[in-house]
Ligand binder design. Sequence first.
Ligand code: FES
Ligand code: FE2
Length: 464
Amino acid sequence: MNKPFSLEVGAPVASEEDLAKPLTYPTEAFLSKDYAEAEKKLLWPKVWQMACRLEEIPEVGNFITYEIGDDSIIVVRSAPDEIKAFHNVCPHRGRRLIDTPCEQNGACGTKRRFVCGFHGWAFDLEGKNVYILDPQDWKGALTEGRTGLSEVQVDHWGGWVFINMDPNCVPLREFLEPAASILDAFQFEKMRYKWRQWVIYPANWKTALEAFMEPYHVSGTHSQLLKYGQFYAYSKSYGLHGVSGFDERDASMKMSQSSTVTRAGLGGDPRVSTYELARENYTTVNYAASTETLVNAASRLVDELPEGTSPGDVVKHWLASAKADDAKRGVIWPEISAENMAEAGLAWHVFPNMSLLQGATFALCYRARPYGDDPDKCIFESYAIERFPEGEVPRTEWVHAEATAEKWGSVLAQDFANMEWVQKGMKSRGFRGTLPNPHQEQKITNFHRNLAQYMGMGGPRLLD
Ligand code: FES
Ligand SMILES: [Fe+2]
């Protein structure tokens, strides 16, 4: 059952400076059919969103379709150095040009021409009409502007191809800032898919995405990890986007490495705990959020370092030896300054629907989108990218995988085991409203603050 759509349009929204204060945000954004319908007009046609990675369309003619709401976009490599994007619709009588059955996660393939299945109109990779049966019947009315495909803005950053349906949108780089400048040094464009999976999941796309936006849930959800590390986190807005990282409850304990995924674990001997934390993360997060090189280098710490080495020195040695191991197999680490690494933190939310947790040679990423018109369902995707030696990039494709530990690893399965119950729980008559953590869940309140800028309603407000 949907709650009635009761958001006050134009209601005051907490400012970015207010995000550290106790706030609440309404739940209509997750539950209401009307809100989901409004997203199709006010959000999705206005924002840059990740459609694919460049590696999915390496050759001229390679294309994918990206489905969002009622829209489907064709992204095609039209020339060796050129990507184009078009609305997936034939200008004759509106047939979808490429079929996109909903049991698939979009379509992909290779074409020199897009030919409409209905009356055979055809289009080249530039979107120009190259065939119409009996054009003389229109008596000269068929101009190029009427018969070509409708173009969509497209650009790429970090190896990700983004589209925007708004012809007057800001450039991609401007939209991504300051996240892009903080994350440039990671050179995500040099990483390639390690695996990629998707599922139709019974929760709103925001409920699903938010499950991966804060480490505040680690103690309650992934309690097995507490044996290996502390998961107290900071969370911070950067305009449209947000970042979280590990923090110390006691500010005097802050370590320079503590904001990233590569840090010493808990316990008396950091040589042992660093390995245990890295191994546990890697093996239970579906062989992502770290690399085999890092885990192997961590496993040697006990042999390579004397007892009593400080946690800071253990992490330093670990990273240096992993870097050297990678160099031997042809994987060169990017140069990232300590300040840049600290500012980049642990994990980003890139507005509106992308999340990534990054390291020097890897990233674990999420994307969530609405599924049809149902606010209780989404297309949820997760994928790992990594730097591989030349010639050793694995072949991957989007694999449909049920939301189980067997398919996604035990940690993601624990997250899945919350998401649908958050979706259901928020509908309770007894739910008094959200109480996000002002220090550890700012990424989420910032998300709602930004959503409200597009939607004109539903932003966070100060708790009275
Ligand atoms: S609808 Fe495409 S050719 Fe008629
Ligand atoms: Fe989690």
